[in-house]
Design a protein around this ligand. Structure first.
Ligand SMILES: [Zn+2]
Length: 84
């Protein structure tokens, strides 16, 4: 048993040297993050593979903040259920 700092939440815990996360929750959170990064990467690869005219179409799309599309009540509900 050694002392390990959880890579997701920073909690110090004791465990086998090969453990990286304090709980399965933190491990899953880390996996989700990696998956999200890959999706962003795949999308930018897709963008870069497009002919210039099509790429310009995506470049000119307005950037919409998801939060701006919600009513204050919807935002509260999503926060309560942990989505945002
Ligand atoms: Zn943790």
């Amino acid at each position: 048993m050694v002392e390990i700092t959880c890579r997701t939440c920073g909690t110090l815990f004791k465990g086998r040297p090969n453990r990286r996360y304090c709980s399965s929750l933190c491990r899953r959170a880390a996996e989700r993050e990696v998956k999200g990064d890959r999706e962003v990467e795949r999308f930018s690869e897709f963008l870069n593979s497009l002919p210039p005219a099509q790429k310009a179409f995506f470049d000119n799309l307005p950037v919409v903040d998801f939060n701006d599309c919600l009513t204050p009540e919807q935002r509260e509900n999503l926060k309560k259920s942990g989505w945002i």
